[in-house]
Design a protein around this ligand. Structure first.
Ligand SMILES: CCCCCCCCCC(=O)SCCNC(=O)CCNC(=O)[C@H](O)C(C)(C)COP(=O)(O)OP(=O)(O)OC[C@H]1O[C@@H](n2cnc3c(N)ncnc32)[C@H](O)[C@@H]1OP(=O)(O)O
Length: 154
């Protein structure tokens, strides 16, 4: 499995249901650069169904959510010139999440979730997201992610 920004979060940030590397019940998303874009992949199971043959929208929103915060963390690391090692990644939470379902998302294929960094301003990052199944954009979204301090949630 490819390494993602989430592998550089310390343990107490590793329990997120969407992307925590230590949450055995979660999706364990991995967000990494793919050129100028960010990329996460997720393979849905039959039980993730909404309407027959397509993926449940709430799940799709959560994929966009966690890929957005991971993308924002990557963008902040790049902006600040942080070489990722150990558990030194910047961490972000979701300030806002906007999702638009363009067409039903086929369930029998690995999904690609792609991010484009639109803005980095202080601790705020705006990420535009496309979610594709079988090469077609099915869902679009925008995440405004905010960097939090190391002791956030402790
Ligand atoms: C910790 C990460 C490790 C792994 C987890 C990954 C995350 C997974 C995704 C999630 O599910 S996170 C859970 C859902 N999110 C939350 O529970 C967050 C709850 N909200 C907060 O804790 C605070 O409101 C927040 C940290 C988001 C912002 O508080 P701040 O006091 O740091 O914000 P501040 O007022 O200083 O504003 C900074 C900038 O962010 C903007 N901003 C703040 N809150 C916003 C918001 N809610 N929506 C949009 N923009 C927001 C604000 O307008 C401003 O922009 P400008 O600089 O352009 O003026």
């Amino acid at each position: 499995m490819m390494k993602g920004i989430q592998d550089y979060y310390p343990d107490h940030f590793g329990q997120c249901y969407g992307c925590g590397r230590l949450n055995e019940h979660g999706y364990q998303l991995k967000t990494a650069w793919d050129g100028e874009e960010t990329l996460t992949r997720f393979t849905p199971s039959a039980y993730h169904t909404a309407i027959p043959g397509s993926v449940y929208g709430g799940l799709l929103a959560s994929l966009i959510d966690c890929h957005g915060t991971g993308s924002a963390a990557l963008a902040l690391a790049k902006e600040k010139g942080i070489q990722l090692e150990g558990f030194n990644a910047p961490r972000c939470v979701t300030g806002s999440l906007q999702v638009s379902y363009k067409k039903p998302t086929p369930i029998d294929s690995t999904l690609e979730i792609r991010g484009i960094i639109k803005e980095v301003k202080g601790k705020k990052v705006v990420v535009e997201i496309r979610l594709l199944s079988k090469g077609e954009v099915c869902v679009t979204g925008e995440v405004i992610a905010i960097q939090v301090p190391d002791d956030f949630g402790k």
